[in-house]
Design a protein around this ligand. Structure first.
Ligand code: AMO
Length: 434
């Protein structure tokens, strides 16, 4: 029996082999025809000299509709004409699944289809190597994130995605029916990762989905994204959290640059590794920077997309791709962030990557009474958070943490134009399918 090979494993010395894939293209050149077979790793050329190929086989393989799934058996020959340096002279073939005509979306067409058309036909869009490469890299990113945090002593956890209360603001909660009562999809693991700090699991991380009922149709917001969260106890300030993030991001960039080489080449991209430490700006400095550049924001305002972009441009001139923005006013941050007593500020930070927020975090309020009064200040009813507050009543160490949007990190790292490029089946206010 012929050995099974793919475009990654095949060599010119393999003899008779079977290869499987999608019929990407057929080229008929008179006396000779070529079938280009595509698999996960590349393409293999099936070469059919008309006179030397069985007429029935020749007929089938030269008329196979594009994107049909076929299995071809034949003899491998060295060839200087193909990128693999080899071709296959077929002796038999099997059509495993014939593609209908016309295709909903071309795979090798030069014209770029609209994003909506691509997403509506995502299974076909993902057959393009440059589209799929992003997801090979995303998988590598999650691996290298885990590698980095494990080496720092973090343990992986999974927290509930259906919950009785939200942490990041009521307006952005997706309500679901949970038997006879209402429940919500998790906006972040915030409450649970903090609860865990009271248990002795003093360094935890989670990579999981987060849901936001945000009516934003932008290139950086979706309603479901992958959040990489970390929480750590026994900190003295938020700077300790920032240096852990820096170490993680540095490892992720370096590891992806090395292990993702092949996919980066397909995308024509390179990863630049910023020097450390990453600059730290304060919110007040940023406010001044954006107001000096045409905006008119007031103390406490969100820096916004435009503000972040202005800061990104200034930091780029200073040679910094990644930088922290620290010391946000406490009124701009959620209840769980610790106030900087005697000032209007808080022990919080964002991490921005080329003009876009990719992470936020800070030191948490671990003192029960102060936490309850912060909740009230934010208009929340502490009774709705009983399960969370209980963990603060019987011994809670000082702690802090972060949330990083995996897709935002990937998009910035690869300089992609839209967060949807980094999500297989994106969800936004107007898209729930496929
Ligand atoms: P925050 O709400 O800032 O903080 O979210 C953390 C990070 O998640 C990503 N993100 C999003 N990505 C895509 N689409 C969205 N709609 C979206 N919303 C957020 C961003 C953002 O920086 N609990 C805190 C984190 C913490 O303090 O530990 C939180 O969720 O990259």
């Amino acid at each position: 029996m012929a050995q099974i090979r793919d475009s990654r494993s095949i060599t010119a010395e393999d003899g008779t082999v079977t290869v499987r894939g999608w019929a990407q293209d057929v080229r008929n050149m008179g006396g000779i025809s070529f079938l280009i077979l595509r698999d996960r790793f590349g393409t293999i050329q099936i070469t059919m000299p008309k006179k030397k190929t069985d007429p029935e086989l020749f007929g089938v393989l030269t008329k196979v509709p594009r994107e049909t799934v076929v299995s071809v058996t034949g003899e491998v020959k060295a060839s200087s004409q193909t990128s693999l340096g080899l071709e296959i002279i077929p002796s038999s073939a099997e059509i495993l699944s014939e593609a209908q005509v016309p295709l909903p979306l071309g795979v090798i067409d030069k014209v770029n289809a609209e994003m909506d058309t691509r997403l509506n036909n995502r299974f076909m869009d993902l057959r393009k190597p440059e589209v799929r490469a992003v997801f090979e890299l995303k998988s590598l990113m999650e691996d290298s994130v885990s590698e980095a945090v494990r080496s720092l002593g973090f343990v992986q956890v999974h927290t509930p995605k259906i919950s009785a209360a939200g942490a990041e603001g009521g307006a952005e909660l997706f309500k679901v029916q949970y038997f006879d009562r209402p429940a919500y999809l998790a906006q972040s693991p915030q409450l649970y990762k903090q609860i865990l700090m009271s248990t002795g699991l003093d360094r935890i991380y989670e990579i999981g989905p987060a849901f936001r009922a945000e009516h934003s149709n932008t290139n950086r917001h979706v309603t479901e994204f992958i959040s990489f969260d970390g929480e750590m106890s026994w900190i003295e300030n938020e700077e300790q959290v920032m240096s852990v993030i820096e170490e993680i991001i540095d490892h992720v960039l370096a590891s992806m640059k090395e292990k993702g080489k092949k996919y980066l080449e397909i995308l024509g991209k390179d990863i630049e590794i910023p020097s450390r430490p990453y600059p730290v700006l304060t919110y007040s400095e940023c406010l001044k920077m954006v107001n000096d550049n045409g905006l008119s924001l007031r103390e406490g305002d969100d820096l916004g997309t435009e503000g972040e972009k202005i800061i990104g441009d200034i930091m780029k001139e200073r040679g910094a791709d990644l930088y922290f923005i620290a010391e946000y006013p406490e009124e701009a941050k959620p209840f769980y962030i610790m106030e900087k007593d005697g000032t209007p500020y808080s022990f919080s930070f964002d991490l921005d990557y080329r003009g876009q927020e990719i992470s936020s975090g800070g030191q948490r309020e671990h003192r029960y009474d102060r936490l309850v009064s912060r909740m009230k200040k934010k208009g929340l009813d502490p009774d709705d958070f009983g399960f969370y507050l209980d963990a603060f009543r019987y011994g809670m160490p000082p702690h802090g943490g972060w949330g990083i949007g995996i897709e935002r990190l990937l998009v910035k790292m690869l300089d992609l134009p839209n967060i949807r490029e980094a999500i297989l089946f994106p969800r936004d206010p107007s898209r729930l399918s496929p």
